[in-house]
Write a protein that binds this ligand. Structure first.
Ligand code: HEM
Length: 211
């Protein structure tokens, strides 16, 4: 067993602020959306908290973005440009999560310094961080002050479209917050990847060494 430093400090700080913030945004978002149906907190409190956490997470997003932009660690996010290789490896990974893991087969992905994500993680994180989170940020800012951002709202297709996109992404993130920790619990022990996101070090098992 040896240890590999895969999660630099800025990524770990960003990640846990982001995870905690997302939970708050989902809870306050549910209260804002389903006012009258559920009563977790007063409406005004939920709006204020949602706005505050939203802006903290926007600043936090730039911590993640700027860190990767100005560090050679950006390599972990570079997409696989050979589509055949990408899909072959993705299917291998899916087969592991859906079948192999229950048969005790080894994980086909071997973590290394600039290759910490398996092809499914790599694709999901790229889509989430470079497309879905930015769209959620943009629609969130428009909804924060629809009068001030009237032009932006109209360019996006109107208030109904902005709101629908924001809510659809909210539903996606509500699902993500369960599926993502489940997949993160499938390391060589259930807590291995969680510990790594706190310490920065991933433990590499003996049988995968040398790959
Ligand atoms: C309860 C909430 C969460 C838990 C327990 C959790 C757990 C983890 C763990 C253990 C890892 C490291 C292993 C891996 O790469 O899969 C990780 C990585 C990651 N998570 Fe989460 N997560 C949570 C919420 C979120 C949310 C809300 C987002 C984004 C919207 C997110 C985005 C990411 C990304 C992009 C990475 C890779 C980070 C990097 O190395 O650049 N996570 N998460």
């Amino acid at each position: 067993m040896h240890r590999l430093y895969v999660h630099p400090l800025p990524v770990r700080i960003w990640h846990w602020i982001n995870a905690f913030g997302f939970i708050l945004l989902i809870v306050t978002g549910v209260q804002i959306r389903y006012i009258g149906l559920i009563n977790i907190m007063p409406f005004k409190t939920s709006v204020n908290l949602h706005n505050l956490v939203g802006f903290v997470l926007i600043a936090n997003f730039f911590l993640w973005f700027l860190f990767y932009l100005f560090s050679d660690k950006i390599k972990v996010y570079l997409p696989e440009l050979n589509p055949m290789k990408h899909f072959r490896e993705s299917f291998r990974q899916m087969a592991f999560y859906g079948y192999g893991i229950f048969k005790g087969q080894p994980n086909p992905h071997h973590v290394s310094l600039y290759h910490k994500f398996n092809p499914m993680q790599s694709m999901t994180y790229q889509i989430v961080m470079l497309l879905l989170v930015p769209i959620q940020i943009y629609t969130g800012i428009l909804l924060w002050d629809v009068e001030r951002f009237q032009t932006g709202v109209n360019l996006f297709g109107g208030l109904r479209v902005v709101d629908t996109v924001h809510v659809l992404l909210f539903i996606f993130f509500s699902g993500f917050i369960f599926i993502h920790p489940y997949l993160a619990s499938l390391g060589h022990t259930p807590t291995a990847h969680f510990k790594a996101m706190f310490t920065g070090y991933e433990e590499i098992e003996e049988e995968t060494e040398g790959h």
